[in-house]
Design a protein around this ligand. Structure first.
Ligand SMILES: [Zn+2]
Length: 62
């Protein structure tokens, strides 16, 4: 039982690390390589495109 408990604690620790929000925002636009302002990266979670490319992509997806 003690071993099972230890395993569970270890699994929880790993899960807490994995589930922690990771900064996946890109420094540069993946479409045009323009630098993405830090303000935008903070405002839009997980943003990978600059304003104009994001805008274009949203129009295409409609
Ligand atoms: Zn762009």
């Amino acid at each position: 039982m003690a071993q099972a408990h230890a395993d569970e604690m270890l699994a929880r620790n790993i899960a807490s690390v994995v589930n922690r929000p990771v900064c996946v925002t890109a420094l540069f636009c993946e479409d045009c390589d323009a630098p993405i302002p830090e303000q935008r990266r903070r405002a839009v979670w997980g943003v990978t495109r600059c304003v104009s490319c994001q805008d274009m992509g949203e129009r295409y997806s409609r």
